[in-house]
Design a protein around this ligand. Structure first.
Ligand SMILES: [Fe+2]
Length: 207
């Protein structure tokens, strides 16, 4: 595929995302994802104005403000497949929200959080299509919790959502005191990476 064809493929009409109730697809659109062109997952949950907003959860004790703006959170020492997290932020009318800050933080492969620095912490602004993409790792277990990502969404300086995302098929999910199946990512295992997508629905308006 040449670059022109690729650019055409990555340009998805806005109305495609506004068609509520219709399964939508994520496609890679930033350089960090350029080599993951096989990544194309249906978005879940389906966006429906009757559906509730994404459930909130505690930030836990390891949140740090001022995460750096970056998409690749991995460390040079990380082995194994990266985990590509693609998100989309829409309001209850299914309108993609641009300029929303999406913060992501998670434990390392051994279940440890960096509380003195910003390892495995980063933030991005959503694109005009309401998207972000993070290249992370699947966090390890730590006592009492199933593996999870922490996420915070900010719009116009206002905190809109604090929640956590969960991984499919983890035996620890059912024993986790915070686990909520509404916060499961839709995942796919690929040859050289894992991938997950999640649609955030917040009670907000385009700015
Ligand atoms: Fe945590």
């Amino acid at each position: 595929m040449n670059s022109t064809e690729n650019e055409k493929r990555l340009k998805i009409p806005r109305r495609q995302f506004i068609a509520c109730g219709v399964a939508m697809s994520f496609m890679p659109w930033v350089p960090v994802a350029a080599r993951y062109e096989d990544h194309r997952l249906p978005l879940t949950p389906q966006c429906d104005s009757q559906k509730p907003v994404t459930p909130a959860q505690t930030p836990g004790p390891f949140y740090l403000p001022n995460s750096p703006e970056r998409s690749d959170l991995r460390e040079p020492s990380d082995a194994g497949k990266p985990f590509l997290l693609q998100t989309m932020v829409v309001n209850r009318d299914c309108v993609p929200l641009q300029g929303v800050i999406v913060e992501l933080w998670h434990a390392d492969g051994q279940g440890r959080y960096d509380t003195k620095g910003y390892r495995y912490r980063g933030m991005q602004l959503t694109t005009a299509e309401g998207r972000t993409l993070f290249k992370a790792i699947k966090p390890g277990l730590y006592p009492g919790r199933t593996p999870h990502f922490h996420v915070r969404l900010w719009q116009e300086g206002q905190l809109q959502l604090t929640t956590q995302l969960y991984f499919q098929g983890m035996t620890q999910n059912e024993r986790d005191f915070l686990f909520n199946p509404a916060l499961l990512m839709q995942e796919q295992e690929n040859t050289d990476h894992h991938s997950g997508v999640f649609l955030f629905v917040i009670d907000s308006h385009p700015v």
